[in-house]
Design a protein around this ligand. Structure first.
Ligand code: ZN
Length: 501
């Protein structure tokens, strides 16, 4: 996930000017940093849960071995005003080389979970326990295959559960209010059975049928297959055949606006009617999606949606962006954070990050959005100068770390490294291998790693294919080591230069 709401002082790009330069100088050349807003409470809460999950995971099974993404067939009835849901998930797993006798699934602790249905022969065993850790209470359901048998090619489990969902945007003072906020559920809400693993979660594909009260729309990854308002409740089906890292469910009382660019559905979901604002987002998407397609390769999804959030976020999820109510109305966002979020569909939400090897997606997205757009206007050098200044001002030997250890921005120093330093490193790389090799390398890196987790190793390999050198030394120096060049002026003297007319 990615948050890019930048301070106003950074955002000076005028819509018309960029519009003209994009249309007239489509990227023969490359040449983007984005300050995340300080994480607000929700992010912290999410952090606590993720940490808890990781701790739990550390005792769990190894994720390796599944031959295909996990398939979820979800049917959820949501009561957003009550904060509850009743759900059913038919989950299909392809165990492949799974070397454990069991799978462990986690569901939010406040759900009442019915015994799991297993439509397979043999003596399957289920151990369901609840870890009660206050907010982080979790249902843990371990399913053992029959003794002395191998895992079948695929297994199917049916879960049924109901109760209060864990809405990461709901805070205490809103508990009694009549849903004035946008419902936000993701993997860490455990609103669907999440497999417990020591490594990153296995990828998932899904179908999600939701029933919501009238007016309440649901947005998720993938394509909206059906959307029926039958007076009293809305039935919506989202289907996603591309392997995702997690499933999101965003719900609010939205006004919806639609458009299309080639075969991509463009959608805008606003909390209040505002056709002019929606049109601006739809029109601007029709400019940046083709721009990045030409720069890198095909846009990876069948839709792109702009979704308004009651909380002030700037997130990019696969095939949609979640922008806060105030953020979405800042005029400068259209040509700053917005292209950055659109570009995350290629970097981070298309080709995924292998987190333990360093998060390259923010720096790369910044380089090709926040930096490239000014560069096309002849202002790349001043943008890069700002990044050097930030690195000098905020990073010291005490808080410096290599890019391979960057996970996400938490303060100005981590921002100056994970975003700013990588911008500079990519700029050096581009100058070293040349424009064409750099673009060809990015193209290969994207297509080779679409819907897979990739690290700097894959980036280096893709670049090296188009470069005369293998770049090992370059990547070792700039990615695996902390620090930046230190320039010192020695004795300085001035000389008079005569000019002849
Ligand atoms: Zn970002």
């Amino acid at each position: 996930m990615h948050a890019q709401a930048r301070p106003q002082s950074q955002l000076t790009t005028g819509a018309a000017r960029i519009g003209v330069s994009l249309l007239t100088s489509l990227p023969q050349k490359l040449s983007a940093i984005s300050l995340r807003q300080p994480p607000w409470a929700f992010k912290n809460l999410r952090g606590v849960f993720l940490l808890f999950l990781i701790l739990l995971h550390s005792t769990g099974a190894n994720a390796g071995g599944l031959t295909r993404p996990i398939e979820h067939e979800l049917a959820l009835e949501l009561k957003p005003h009550l904060g509850t849901l009743s759900g059913e998930d038919t989950l299909t797993l392809y165990p492949g080389k799974w070397n454990q006798p069991s799978f462990v699934f986690l569901l939010h602790g406040e759900f009442e979970v019915e015994p799991v249905e297993i439509p397979h022969q043999g003596d399957w065993k289920i151990i369901a326990t609840k870890t009660d850790e206050g907010l982080a209470s979790i249902n843990r359901i371990e399913i053992f295959k029959p003794k002395n048998t191998d895992w079948p090619d695929f297994v199917q489990f049916k879960f049924r559960y109901r109760g209060p969902f864990l809405d990461l945007q709901k805070n205490e003072e809103k508990k009694t209010a009549v849903s004035t906020h946008t419902v936000f559920l993701d993997e860490s809400s455990l609103f669907y059975p999440v497999i417990e693993t020591r490594k990153a979660s296995p990828l998932v594909i899904f179908e999600m049928q939701t029933i919501t009260p009238t007016g309440w729309q649901v947005v998720s990854e993938g394509k909206r297959i059906s959307h029926i308002d039958n007076g009293g409740r809305i039935s919506t089906l989202w289907k996603c055949d591309d392997p995702m890292q997690e499933i999101h469910l965003i719900s609010d009382r939205y006004h919806e606006y639609q458009d299309r660019w080639e075969d991509i559905d463009l959608l805008v979901f606003l909390r209040h009617e505002d056709p002019a604002l929606a049109k601006r987002y739809l029109d601007t998407a029709k400019m940046y999606i083709p721009f990045y397609q030409r720069l890198i390769g095909s846009y990876p999804f069948v839709k792109f949606a702009v979704v308004e959030n009651s909380e002030q976020t700037g997130y990019g999820m696969p095939s949609f962006t979640l922008l806060g109510s105030r953020v979405i109305r800042f005029p400068f966002i259209l040509h700053s954070s917005y292209p950055h979020e659109i570009l995350h569909n290629w970097w981070g939400n298309g080709a995924y990050v292998k987190a333990k090897e360093g998060n390259w997606s923010e720096g790369l997205t910044t380089y090709l959005a926040d930096h490239l757009l000014p560069e096309l206007d002849g202002k790349g050098d001043s943008y890069r100068f700002q990044q050097l200044m930030k690195y000098t001002n905020y990073v010291s030997p005490e808080n410096d770390f290599p890019l391979s250890q960057f996970r996400s921005r938490t303060d100005m120093a981590t921002q100056a490294i994970g975003y700013g330093k990588l911008v500079m490193v990519l700029h050096m790389l581009r100058n070293r291998v040349g424009e064409k090799a750099f673009l060809d390398g990015l193209h290969d890196f994207y297509f080779d790693n679409l819907f897979k987790r990739a690290g700097y190793k894959e980036l280096r390999e893709a670049m090296a294919t188009h470069s005369p050198e293998n770049l090992s030394q370059f990547f070792r120096q700039w990615i695996l080591s902390a620090g930046a060049p230190q320039l010192k002026l020695g004795t300085v003297s001035t000389i008079k230069i005569l000019r002849f007319k």
